[in-house]
Design a protein around this ligand. Sequence first.
Ligand code: GLN
Length: 466
Amino acid sequence: MNSQIKQIHQQLVSKQISCTELVQEKLNLLKENTYSTVNSLLDKMALELAAKVDAKIASGKEIGVLEGIPFGIKDVYMLQGTFTTASSNMLKNYKSAYTATAIQKLLDAGAIPLVKENCDSFGHGSSSENTIFGAVKNAINPELVAGGSSGGSAVNVAKDYTVFSIGGDTGGSIRQPAGYNNIYGLKPTYGRISRFGLMAYASSTDCVGPLAKSIEDIRIVLNVMSGKDIKDQTTINSEEITEESILSNNTIKTVGYFKSFIENEAIDTKVKADFLASIEKIKATGIEVKELDFFKSDILVSTYYTLAMAETASNLSRLDGTNYGNRIEGENLKDTYSITRSENFSEETKRRIVGGNQVLSQGFSDEIYLKGLSLRDQISENFKKDFEEVDIILSPVTPGSPPKIGDSLKDPLAMYLSDAYTVGFSLGQLPTLTVPQGTVTGLQITAAKNNEELVLKFANFLKDTI
Ligand code: GLN
């Protein structure tokens, strides 16, 4: 199967390239790049690790498949001793005191971290423009946004600056930039990968996941990062997914899609036509395709933003300049808090904190927050019923193509609505993968909880089908 990781592994083992050369080449590309993907380079660490891999190969020892493979990390993950800024003024000088579990597992497997990647501040955004490091540019057309919030990660992979990158997905932040830059991006089942050491945005939907150029690479990285973690009580046990298990499609008989996503004024006519053409090709292979009823996308978007804002207001309350954050002294403690937070959070982050505190405030929480929770239950119930009828749900990733840089900042509501097709699956905590096929921003493949294997299997099938 096509795999960048395996190909590089072979080149390292056969001494066609040295790990130091490989890492140096990628570091140079990252340093010179004009897409604003880099918050900080980890050159010293990366070159030291590469030298160790080279020494191991030279001494004739075997190396694991991820050993010496260069990767990128969205700048919201702790990696001890490195800056973790969340692309914010608030944490621009913050150095991680420890390492995130998911990242540690990759380090243990020998992968080499090159870069902390630009993203929307605290994951707040769909365009990677909400950052103090400058808007990330789209890999295909630099006048357009890269998508977000894991925009830097998607562009680094798309441009081959990293072999894979680790993004974070709360409401679409891996899948949407993957779609905007024509690569693969997986949001696993909630809890499959530990969130320990990922800066919290909305804890009930935050997921760790890989972006890569092949299904096989997604599988390899997913397997390494998965597993129960004593440091994150929401984690679950999962089985390793083998290469063979995702090769043949002998189990997928029915595919569904949501009518409400397609028969919607917001969808671009070309995205709609391309999506329906993909459906026809799937039908032609003998798979049964069912139209499914679902919530309207504006309900999904408002439910998601209600809950995500409430959770982020609560999670970010610790950033007041005392234990964390650039402290700006005021006349008294209260002043210090308020100046520190007003000056250091971005416009978009403040909008969410204000919105979230409103959602949670006395007198409003019953009407807004509890209603959000109840809608979320109904959404999950709907998914449960759907997966009694179909094996896979297919949808476009976004209703339209990536906007021009600058446009989303002028119209936050339009930006929120562009998340219409990704947020529902986040609320349902389902595994869902963007594949760079079918529409201009790809297709999203979703299965029932813990069924990543089926998602990857269907992706392999689609690769040869449409
Ligand atoms: N665009 C969505 C938001 O701003 C999703 C972001 C994410 O998944 N981190 O909330």
